[in-house]
Ligand binder design. Structure first.
Ligand SMILES: NC(=O)c1ccc[n+]([C@@H]2O[C@H](COP(=O)([O-])OP(=O)(O)OC[C@H]3O[C@@H](n4cnc5c(N)ncnc54)[C@H](O)[C@@H]3O)[C@@H](O)[C@H]2O)c1
Length: 163
C-alpha cells in the first residue's frame, strides 16, 4: 500500500513537471488540418496518410472551427449510414475546440481532456496555434520519463552511474 502511494505520488509529480512545450519539443509543432467543405472520403485519406486520429478544421482565415475525430466518423458517419463521398467535414465534425497553452502541464491537459471529453488539444503559444497533443502523447511522455528514471537508477545500483 505504501509502495502504491509512493508510485502514485511520483506519477503525479512527473505529470506536474512536464509541460506541453516539452512534449512539442520532441513531437514537433505541425498540425494536420482540413476544412468544413472537404468531403469525408478525402479527410479519411488524409488522416490515414499522416497517421492522425483527428484533424483540426480551419476556415479560410485559418481560424479553427472544430475538430474531426475518429469518434465523429464512427458515430456520425458509420453508425448514421452517411455517404462519406457526399458528406462534408462540417456536417459531422465536433463544432468546438478546446485548447491548451504550451506553458501548462500534463496534469492540466489531462484535466481538460477529461472535463471536455476530447482526446486531442491544439496547443497555443502567444495565443496562436503552435502544435497539437493527443492523449497518447501525454501517456507516452510520462512513461518515457519513468523509463529514463528506471534506467538511471539501475545504472546507479550497478555502479555505472557517471556521477
Ligand atoms: N504505431 C505508431 O507509430 C503510433 C503512433 C502514435 C499512436 N499510436 C497508437 O494510436 C493510438 C492513439 O494514439 P493517440 O492518442 O496519440 O492519438 P492519435 O492516433 O490521434 O495520434 C497519433 C499521433 O499523431 C498526432 N496527431 C494526431 N492528430 C494530429 C493533428 N491533427 N495534428 C498534428 N498531430 C496530430 C498525435 O499528437 C500523436 O502524436 C494509441 O493506441 C497509440 O499507441 C501508434
Amino acid at each position: 500500500m505504501m509502495l502504491e502511494t509512493c508510485a502514485r505520488k511520483q506519477h503525479e509529480w512527473r505529470s506536474n513537471m512536464i509541460t506541453i512545450r516539452d512534449i512539442l519539443d520532441v513531437k514537433g509543432k505541425s498540425v494536420h488540418t482540413t476544412t468544413a467543405s472537404a468531403k469525408i472520403d478525402d479527410a479519411v485519406v488524409e488522416m490515414c496518410r499522416v497517421k492522425a486520429g483527428a484533424l483540426l478544421v480551419l476556415d479560410d482565415d485559418d481560424v479553427a472551427k472544430g475538430v474531426l475525430s475518429e469518434r465523429d466518423l464512427l458515430i456520425r458517419v458509420l453508425l448514421a449510414h452517411r455517404d462519406p463521398a457526399t458528406t462534408t467535414v462540417g456536417d459531422v465534425m465536433t463544432p468546438r475546440v478546446f485548447y491548451i497553452d504550451e506553458a501548462r502541464t500534463i496534469t492540466d491537459a489531462m484535466a481538460t481532456m477529461t472535463a471536455e471529453h476530447c482526446r486531442h488539444l491544439p496547443v497555443l503559444s502567444d495565443g496562436k496555434v503552435a502544435g497539437l497533443v493527443s492523449i497518447g502523447d501525454l501517456v507516452r511522455a510520462i512513461s518515457s520519463e519513468e523509463e529514463h528514471e528506471l534506467r538511471a537508477l539501475r545504472e546507479y545500483v550497478e555502479g555505472r552511474y557517471p556521477g
